[in-house]
Design a protein around this ligand. Structure first.
Ligand code: FPP
Length: 246
């Protein structure tokens, strides 16, 4: 199997001249419900398995040399799901944050949560605050951003409201970046969506203007390091022109 490793270490491979390993990868983790259904289990079973994959993919991303990983865990629209599923996801998220702190520290991973606070319990907000402080590193091996209660449109609207409150009448693109949730990280070069759906679902709308998309049929609970490598392989061979001509 060809893999990113060939490109990473070859000094003059043709593919190396195109794209390097992306610095920032975003993932729309989709398909937990269908995966659970295939096993004849409730949806939350799929989410639990999905949380295990988060750990695997964080490790794999770090090994590959990705510097920023943004995972879409809960959208501003996901509140529309059944009360039981929402409760289950909140609890799973809380358990994940509490349970994986040690691993983050051991692996040199900084954790940031991006999204709105409204609707999130005070208890969870406190846990988020603590883990962000505890895993803060000046120079982490990987910065893991979890998009939670996140929507791309809400992020843009929040930014506009903030700049209006500051009395600004107009801003340029570069300046507007400073009003988004995560102001300092580069735009994602690659966005992966699992489970074969061709939608952005309100994920990183501003930041994805020139992202390369990779859609795989694999459901998120089956998405492992090997699948991540396939996505990177696809990315490194693409030609990015950013609107320019060949
Ligand atoms: C989409 O699949 C998945 C979600 C809305 C939740 C994502 C959550 C996880 C991967 C686990 C928890 C995450 C962390 C960070 C601990 P879906 O439920 O829409 O699947 P379906 O389209 O097959 O129904």
């Amino acid at each position: 199997m060809t893999s990113y490793i060939n490109y990473k270490f070859s000094s003059k491979g043709e593919k190396m001249e195109k794209n390097q390993i992306p610095k920032h990868v975003g993932i729309i983790m989709d398909g937990n419900g269908r995966w659970a259904k295939q096993q004849g289990k409730p949806r939350i079973f799929g989410h639990k398995e999905g949380a295990e994959r988060v750990i695997d993919i964080v490790r794999a991303s770090k090994n590959i040399g990705i510097k920023y990983l943004t995972l879409y865990a809960f959208s501003t629209e996901n509140w529309k799901r059944s009360v039981d599923e929402v409760k289950g996801l909140m609890l799973l998220f809380e358990q994940f944050l509490k349970g994986q702190k040690k691993l983050m520290l051991k692996e040199n991973v900084s954790l940031r949560i991006v999204g709105r606070k409204d609707g999130v319990s005070d208890r969870l907000l406190k846990i988020i605050d603590e883990i962000e402080k505890d895993t803060y590193l000046e120079n982490p091996a990987l910065e893991l951003n979890i998009a939670f209660n996140y929507g791309g449109r809400p992020e843009i609207i929040d930014g506009i409201n903030k700049l209006l409150q500051e009395g600004k009448k107009s801003v340029c693109e570069e300046e507007f970046k400073n009003y988004l949730y995560n102001t300092y990280i580069p735009d994602p070069e690659l966005i992966i969506r699992t489970s074969g759906e061709f939608r952005t679902s309100n994920f990183l709308l501003w930041q994805s203007a020139y992202s390369e998309y990779y859609i795989t049929e694999t459901l998120w609970p089956d998405f492992k390091e090997e699948q991540l490598i396939l996505a990177i392989d696809s990315y490194v061979t693409r030609e990015r022109r950013f609107g320019g001509a060949k």
